[in-house]
Design a protein around this ligand. Sequence first.
Ligand code: HEC
Ligand code: HEC
Length: 346
Amino acid sequence: MCRSDVAAAVALALACTLSHAGPGTGKAPTWPGIGRPATPAEIRAWDIDVRPDFKGLPRGQGSVARGQDIWESKCASCHGVFGESNEVFTPIVGGTTRKDVQTGRVEALAKGTEAQRTTMMKLSTLSTLWDYIHRAMPWNNPRTLGVDDTYAVTAYILNLAEILPGDFVLSDRNIREVQALLPNRDGKSPRHGLWLPTGKPDVRNVACMRNCAPDVKIASSLPDHARGSHGNLADQDRNRGGLRGQVTAASATAAARGGEFAAVKELTGKAACLGCHGVDRKIVGPGFNQVSEKYRAKDNAEAYLAGKIKAGGQGIWGQVPMPPSVTISDADAALLARWILKGTPE
Ligand code: HEC
Ligand code: HEC
């Protein structure tokens, strides 16, 4: 009903604000003819938050195994196969130990021994993980994961973090027991300055009032070698909200550096293409010169080869298969195909 349609959201919000008085209230409506009371079903569709005591958690269940499928098809491209990627966000998994699961406090947080804080290190209420994924992920397609799939992918993240075994099925019935295993379940403290309105913050940030820089310069940026490995984030924008992805296409940097194929070296290095293909001789797979010769004059050769580079294949050059390259973006696969077809120019 009102799931992903912005127009419907606006209409509903209007209906909610404008219809305090209306049919059945006995009062004349404030703005006659505008809006109507939201129906219980409409309110239910928006009332999806899950609280720390699991109030609001819908019934359902999902296995670690199912969660792995979802993770690998819908999440790993941004967060890494093991939840370790540091590229679009800090890693989801890592930095917690079995001992933390016993103590309920993440030791690395207290000691500052990890270079950065992962989601798993900080998370103290499991409801937050479930609720956040359900409402906000995948980032480029929020609110498309069903209830059972949300249980499943939550279970898988906890499995990656070595909290749940591989055969676990997470459900509304056992989620409290799993909450009791969270590494940082006792790590949250209200004993700090920001908890109370009268409290003193533990940092002092004085607003600049004169001679201020006209723009704020963001201190961090994506390193060149990381560009392109998750495609172009600017093409993956979600359809609501103000945040817009940066241009992270490999070709953007390549173009900036001057050569169309400047990014190729990095790409072939990362995907180990040249371990199996010589540029001018067969290794395990055909030499790129042979590939170019075979397809150069064919229609759609670039698209065909780009597809094969991503999907892998077998039987065209022999019985040895080429494994799929899951981390290569469409744009980078096309770039590699073009480079091979043009005879692997420097
Ligand atoms: C297109 C890239 C992309 C995809 C695909 C994606 N995410 Fe995310 N994810 C992000 C970004 C960016 C953030 C940080 C968002 C923010 O802080 O506003 C994030 C944040 C998260 C967080 C919150 C971490 C924290 O500590 O706050 C979780 C959990 C998460 N994602 C899980 C998932 C799951 C599960 C999937 C698959 C169903 C998924 N993501 C798919 C980009 C992505
Ligand atoms: C583990 C070894 C291996 C790796 C790594 C590998 N390939 Fe291959 N590749 C092969 C084999 C073997 C074939 C032949 C498959 C066949 O006969 O269908 C092949 C075939 C190809 C073909 C021709 C496909 C066709 O349909 O004719 C292209 C193009 C190609 N590889 C490009 C790449 C690129 C680019 C990379 C790096 C991103 C790469 N390969 C990484 C082994 C590998």
